[in-house]
Every structure is written in C-alpha cells, then in structure tokens.
Design a protein around this ligand. Structure first.
Ligand code: NAD
Length: 260
C-alpha cells in the first residue's frame, strides 16, 4: 500500500502517465498530475481522480520543455504535499523524419521534454527524498532506450539518454533507500497510437487488425499491444518495498521485442 506516500507524475493527463497516476492513487498515494492541452479539462481530470480514489490530487500545466516551469511545478508540489516520495518522469513526444531533414527546433524540444526534464525534476526533488530516507524514481523510457528505429533520431537519442541518467542517479543514491529505474515498453495501446489505425488501414487498403499486426507491431513478436494498465502495474511494483533491490535497471515490457 502507498497510503501516506506522495507521487508526482509528469505527462499524466493521457495514456501511460494517466494510468500510472490512477494506479498509484488506487494504492493510496496522493498524486500530483501534469500535462499540456486543455487546462480546465486537465484540472477536472485531476480533481475527479482524487475523489474517485479518496486521495489528495493537484495539477500543474507546466511545460516540460521549460526548466523555469519545471522548477515552479516542483516547488508547487512540495508546497502542496510537503514531500514527494515517488517521481515518475513520463512526459514525452515523438517526431519522425530523416536525420538531415529533422527540424533543429524539434530536436531541441524532444531532448528537452523526453530527457532534460527528468534531470530537472530529479535535481529539484531528490534532496527531499534523501532527507526522508526513502524514494522511488521511475522513468518511462522505451524499447527505443535499447534499440533504434530509422527516422526517430531525437527520440532514440533522448531515450538512450534516459537509460544513462537512470543508471547514474541510481548509483549516486544506492545507499539511501532510493531506487531509480526505467521502464522500456514496446508499443503501448494509447490514444496516440489508436488514432493512427483507421487512417493507415484506409491508406493501405487493409483491415485495422492487419494494420495493428503487420504494420505497427512488426517488431513486437507477441503481435499484441502492451496495455497502459500493464505498464502502470510494473511502475507500482517498482514503488513497493519488495522492489527495493531493483535499481539502475531498464526493464523491458515489450512483447519479446528485445529478444530478437
Ligand atoms: P500520450 O500522448 O498519450 O501522453 C503524453 C502525455 O505527456 C500527456 O499527458 C501530455 O499532456 C504530456 N505532455 C506532452 N508534452 C508535454 C510537455 N511539453 N510538458 C508536459 N507534458 C507534456 O503518450 P503515451 O503514449 O502515454 O506516452 C507517454 C510516455 O511513454 C512517453 O515518454 C513515451 O515516449 C513513452 N512510450 C510510449 C510508447 C507507446 O507506444 N505509446 C512506447 C514506449 C514509450
């Protein structure tokens, strides 16, 4: 149980981050949510989540590409909850283009959101974990933290970077009852992926099932999507005391992708 614990989850208004926030709240943790998009809707989402599970919930629209906004969010979270025990760095975006055509400003944005934001949240929130003598940091990496795909240079570079940051911070706090791990999902069924299916089916003249199996899941041997609930369950486990000896790892949940 995570009763009495507090968690901050970046990029938690949709997909994997939302599922992790829900799972931690279900286990009794107070949750601090974050995400971009419709602010009123996101605030309502955070409020509803809090009342559904009977925990405190807060929200910040901080843009994870902005170090000043990240700092303000961390300060707001510490003010609201007194302490952040669990930090989940999950916010992330994708852009697909050949490296020589990759827009430099997209490169900078992806490195900022998918990698540097985790450095900033960690440097602001780790001192509190050290003072408390307990902490959990879970970074949502990707199969692309271990393997590459063409045309995703910024994403793959940032996710490989997250693997390095995870291992380094884990070593720095190894004797302080703080663990630092990354989850490396293969393709996960999120609204982002779901939206691409009907268009691809129409464009290629194949069924939606064929799009999922033969196009999107080409690299995933199970030919099944990972679900957000499965990723959330692993994140929850990593926050438990049973997982105290798991640190500095990049844990694959990818339907066999990494076995090839
Ligand atoms: P999603 O688009 O459903 O959710 C992304 C979340 O990040 C949203 O809450 C969004 O508001 C937030 N976000 C985006 N830009 C932001 C910014 N600048 N500042 C703050 N928040 C921002 O995507 P998802 O599929 O749930 O992805 C979540 C994480 O999982 C990402 O790091 C992604 O790289 C990783 N991941 C996804 C898959 C997959 O197949 N879906 C696979 C492996 C890893």
């Amino acid at each position: 149980s995570l009763h009495g614990k507090t968690a901050l989850v970046t990029g938690s208004t949709s997909g994997i981050g939302l599922a992790i926030a829900r799972r931690l709240a279900q286990a009794g943790a107070d949750v601090f949510l974050n995400g971009v998009g419709d602010e009123a809707q996101n605030r309502a989402l955070a409020r509803d989540l809090g009342s559904e599970f009977g925990v405190r919930s807060e929200f910040s629209p901080a843009d994870m590409s902005r170090p000043d906004e990240i700092e303000a969010m961390c300060r707001q979270a510490l003010d609201a909850f007194g302490r952040i025990d669990i930090l989940v760095n999950n916010a992330g975006i994708q852009h697909v283009a050949a490296v020589e055509e990759f827009p430099p400003e997209k490169w900078d944005q992806i490195l900022a959101i998918n990698l540097s934001s985790s450095f900033h949240t960690i440097r602001h929130l780790l001192p509190g974990m050290k003072a408390a003598g307990w902490g959990r940091i879970v970074n949502t990496a990707s199969a692309h933290a271990l393997f590459a795909s063409p045309y995703k240079s910024a994403y793959v570079a940032a996710k490989h970077g997250i693997a390095g940051l995870t291992k380094t911070v884990a070593l720095e706090v190894a004797q302080m009852h703080i663990t630092v791990n990354a989850i490396a999902p293969g393709y996960v069924w999120t609204p982002l992926v779901e939206r691409q299916v009907p268009d691809t089916a129409r464009a290629r003249g194949i069924t939606e099932e064929e799009v999922k199996r033969d196009v999107i899941l080409a690299a995933q041997p199970t030919k099944e999507f990972v679900t957000v609930e499965q990723v959330a369950s692993l994140a929850h486990y990593l926050c438990s005391d049973d997982a105290k000896s798991i640190t500095g790892t990049v844990i694959s949940m990818d339907g066999g992708w990494s076995a090839q």
